[in-house]
Design a protein around this ligand. Sequence first.
Ligand code: GRF
Length: 202
Amino acid sequence: MRFGVLISGTGTNLQALLDAEAAGRLRPAEIACVIANRPGAGGLGRARAAGKPAITVDHTLHAGREPFEDALLAALAEHGVEAVVLAGFMRLLTPRFLDRFPDRILNIHPSLLPAFPGVDAQRQAFEHGVKVTGATVHFVDAGLDAGAIVAQAPVPVRDDDTIDALRARILEREHELLPRAVALLAAGRLRRDGRRVLVRGA
Ligand code: GRF
């Protein structure tokens, strides 16, 4: 299954996917291309270094969501993409885009959803005072970090924690969780039953 990875920033989750693919741990998933909505996104360099097509579709150069998404869809189609991973992609996608990849778009989010959706989830959790937070991979729907949950990993919050230390520990879990979920989706092992996603052969 050919995946397009959409990013906005540094791309450490993208790197985890690239490393997993190089190690044979992503099979039968294959990374077909990487698209950033910001020209300077650090992840583009990671994609190039791995020999992947690294494409910029700058949302600021498109007159609204529709033309932006059309440009994304065109780039994905050009690379024969069948499924999508949002790996730190900071734009909301409309049903028009989502309907092209039903149950084939994954997102990684740095909290135990449904707690703390939206931006800076690690800070939200820290400031709320929770004792456990974590990382979530979920299918993407039209809501904000609202789609059916595929996989989660807990991360304890320590008394002597800082937001940065917590963020780093969550990121480690993200880097394990996301490649695993991508491989499961590609292998046809995820079955969604309403909001519940079941893993075949688990
Ligand atoms: C990650 O924390 C991810 O969960 C969130 O954005 C961040 C992206 O980090 N959606 P990176 O670009 O993969 O390093």
